[in-house]
Design a protein. Structure first.
Length: 386
């Protein structure tokens, strides 16, 4: 079998080719194009190949390129994307260059070690991620533009009317107020950008609703939306960012993957437990926290968890703990194909929000590490498409 170690860059990659015994046949740099890659590997066509590369922004594109090469040349090829963060032999190397990195990846591939690999999403999962992340970016720009309009008015000492400036009445008010020429010109520019953004977000939401009706996503998304606080965007984001659920062994492993578990450093008698690791999808964490703020007002199970942790650790830590519990409940719902079981009748919800607090439907048991969760950042996503 031919073993190939690739050190991947944006425009090119450095390859180290050897056999299983470690005898190096060829090494060199090629551009990340099918033609040059095929020309470089031409002497080894017809032989089984095992290729390894580190995870980078374009790792999925290189992974697809390798499989395209294999199909066109009828070569038996296995490609794997390695987790660069866990390959400390490369990350902490004193002498670091492309040739040595490719050789180390080649050597690790030839070993019998179980290497830390990364999940490579298929086309449907990747496409859904792109749609959702693009929409989230548009919403952030929309919020930024609105803040610029507020700042423009504030610099001129103009107070906004009750109800805000982005309602129908508010926009009419903006058209009537007296502004200097630069202020009016800049305001019109921001308003034009805002109108374009709102229309683009609406189009994105319509497209996501169409995707949610596709066979692959329809049933799972509908199950997730039975959970209070979870709408179209949240349900699709969970499905897209988690991908293949079969790679997770337990609900805790899902939380670890998303970065909602606390940092733990323990050695001998010393123990340090900090905030959440923040590894994994920041986009998914943000969406879950947004959903958690709604869920605590509608589900006693989450309300009691939030109140218990809030007393000792504060509201921000508590809401992240709720987000983690919600994610783990979603994982169980998807694995068992069951709807949400902890929704309350109206009278129980009213009592939970009032002076008399009823017992939770399913009293949550404290889990080690949940209280240590913490998150930073702003709440900028909107569940306006649900």
């Amino acid at each position: 079998m031919i073993v190939v170690g690739m050190d991947v860059h944006v425009r090119n990659s450095y390859l180290c080719v050897s056999d299983e015994s470690g005898e190096i046949f060829k090494r060199g740099r090629v551009t990340n194009r099918l033609g040059e890659l095929a020309e470089f590997l031409a002497p080894f066509e017809g032989q089984a190949m095992r290729v390894s590369l580190e995870n980078t922004t374009n790792a999925r594109a290189i992974h697809r390129l390798l499989h395209t090469y294999a199909s066109e040349t009828d070569t038996e090829l296995t490609a794997q994307v390695l987790d660069a963060r866990k390959l400390r032999v490369i990350a902490e190397s004193v002498t670091k260059c492309d040739r040595l990195d490719a050789e180390i990846i080649n050597e690790l591939t030839r070993s019998n070690l179980k290497l830390p690999t990364c999940y490579v999403p298929d086309d449907e999962v990747f496409g859904l991620r792109e749609h959702l992340r693009a929409r989230a970016d548009l919403v952030r720009v929309q919020t930024m533009t609105k803040n610029r309009i507020h700042a423009l008015l504030h610099r001129r000492g103009i107070l906004r009317p009750p109800g805000g400036v982005f309602t129908a009445n508010g926009r009419a008010w903006l058209a009537q107020i007296e502004l200097d020429e630069p202020g009016r010109s800049v305001l019109m520019q921001f308003q034009h950008i805002l109108e374009e953004l709102e229309e683009t977000i609406k189009q994105s939401s319509r497209r996501l609703r169409e995707i949610a009706r596709e066979p692959r996503w329809e049933k799972a998304a509908a199950l997730l939306r039975t959970m209070p606080g979870v709408g179209l965007i949240t349900s699709l984001t969970v499905l897209a960012e988690l991908g293949d659920l079969g790679r997770f062994r337990s609900p805790a492993s899902v939380s670890n993957f998303v970065g909602l578990v606390p940092v733990l450093r323990a050695s001998n008698e010393k123990r340090y437990q900090g905030g959440i690791t923040k590894r994994g999808s920041a986009h998914l964490r943000s969406v879950l926290v947004e959903a958690a703020w709604t869920a605590i007002r509608r589900v006693p199970r989450y309300f009691h968890l939030y109140e218990r942790i809030k007393e000792r650790r504060g509201a921000q830590t508590a809401i992240v703990a709720v987000a983690r519990r919600m994610l783990e409940d979603m994982f169980v719902m998807l694995k068992k194909e069951e709807a949400f079981r902890y929704a309350s009748p109206p009278h129980e919800l009213a009592a939970t929000r009032g002076d008399e607090t009823p017992p939770p439907l399913n009293p949550p048991t404290p889990r080690k590490g949940t209280e240590g969760a913490a998150v930073k950042g702003t709440r900028c996503l909107e569940e306006q498409a649900g």
